[in-house]
Design a binder for this molecule. Structure first.
Ligand SMILES: [Zn+2]
Length: 414
């Protein structure tokens, strides 16, 4: 076996392609191992459309970056023919070592895709000694291909929520299949309005799903979302995720605190103390702040106590008990806040809960585990971190799919 043959074997090239030249270019830093491939003279090539064996019409030279050869970069150059097929005309053929349009070999892409599953993209790009931008393009290709092949014919229940690709702008709405415990994300799309639900419906139908099979939808209490679900999934029961109920009251407590802090001196550490759940690792300062708030008759303490009472509602074991507790909660909250203007935000939260009473209670009969949307938040954070330095709507969506969509071995699908 010749040295050329060994390298050719490593590259996975087959007839009619041969490795005809290899040299280490020391004029560049790092040095580049340059490999040249050629097809046998007079060889025929399959038409990329029909596979018919055709003569080469003409050639054009391309270069691909391959995996590093020890500490050196490695490049492959070849003249790639266009075939002249009687049925399909003149077409550039596909080469076995790279996909169309890529400047990397498939092996290089395979390694890149393995790395980005384990580390932030910037780190993977550094390791591969290429740019973030190029790695993102490789990811976008393989991820979108895998997503295009998703089979959603079993989908019966889904949840969705919106988040920002960066703090405060560029919203993305993410849909998860509630029956998938691992890798639940099946669709992500830019935007946060009702049109995202219509887009999901179209996507579902393109991937073998049926809207009529969807029995449950879990979402938040936004009017636009609820209207969109009603229009697009009319047979589905709508469940409001408990997480969103708590979120409403948490925001309300914070509003009360902010307003109150402008008029009186609040105990130190109040801010985080009232946002955290009571039993959730309060620091001694935070615990003390709560005691002081209560003792001092602060408005914030009243709002906080209302929020904390949600925990008692949540603990209900049956739908009936939950109905009773939530009714009691609403009445009690109203008594506490009276008509004081300072509690306007809490009052709104109570009204929202009342308006969505049945959808909230639905969670006690839902067959799907709750807190799934809450888990999504962790996913959003991870995706943002992994896309850091290069975060826009597209890269964020690609990363969410990569981390949490059921797309398995990405390169097998190429
Ligand atoms: Zn053809």
């Amino acid at each position: 076996m010749q040295e050329h043959d060994i390298l050719a074997l490593g590259l996975g090239i087959t007839a009619p392609w041969r490795l005809v030249e290899q040299r280490l270019d020391v004029s560049e830093k790092p040095h580049v191992l340059k490999l040249r491939l050629e097809a046998d003279r007079g060889a025929k090539f399959p038409c990329p459309v029909c596979g018919r064996s055709c003569k080469a019409h003409d050639f054009k030279e391309f270069t691909w970056r391959h995996l590093n050869f020890f500490q050196h970069h490695c490049e492959i150059t070849a003249k790639v023919p266009r075939t002249k097929c009687p049925d399909h005309g003149i077409k550039r053929i596909d080469v076995p070592w790279a996909r169309e349009g890529s400047r990397f070999t498939l092996l290089f892409e395979a390694v890149a895709m393995t790395l980005v599953r384990e580390m932030p993209v910037t780190a993977a790009a550094g390791f591969m000694e290429t740019t973030d931008h190029r790695i993102w393009r490789v990811m976008a290709h393989h991820v979108s291909r895998a997503i295009a092949g998703l089979d959603l014919s079993d989908l019966k229940a889904f949840a969705f929520d919106e988040t920002a690709s960066k703090r405060g702008h560029n919203y993305v709405t993410i849909f998860i299949d509630l029956d998938r415990t691992k890798e639940p994300v099946v669709f992500a799309t830019p935007g946060k309005g009702k049109e995202t639900v219509a887009q999901f419906k179209a996507f579902l139908e393109e991937h073998g799903g049926k809207t009529g099979n969807v029995v449950e939808v879990v979402c938040d209490m936004s009017k636009a979302f609820l209207a969109a679900v009603g229009e697009n999934f009319e047979d589905a029961a709508v469940t409001v995720d408990w997480f969103h109920v708590v979120q409403k009251f948490t925001t309300a407590v914070d509003d009360v605190r902010k307003a109150e802090a402008k008029t009186v001196k609040m105990p130190n550490a109040t801010r985080w103390a009232v946002l955290k759940a009571k039993e959730n690792n309060l620091t001694p300062e935070q615990a003390e702040a709560l005691v002081e708030l209560e003792a001092g008759g602060f408005l914030t303490a009243t709002a906080w106590r209302i929020k904390e009472k949600l925990r008692w509602v949540r603990g209900a074991k049956t739908r009936r008990a939950a109905r009773w507790r939530l009714t009691h909660f609403i009445r009690h909250a109203r008594q506490c806040i009276g008509d004081a203007p300072a509690f306007e935000s809490v009052r709104k939260a109570v009204e929202t809960v009342e308006r969505h009473f049945d959808r909230i209670i639905q969670r006690w009969t839902s067959t799907h585990t709750n807190a799934r949307l809450e888990a999504l938040n962790g996913l959003f954070q991870a995706a943002r971190a992994r896309a850091r330095g290069y975060s826009n709507t597209e890269t964020f969506i690609t990363m969410i799919y990569l981390i949490a969509a059921p797309i398995g071995n990405l390169l097998k699908s190429t």
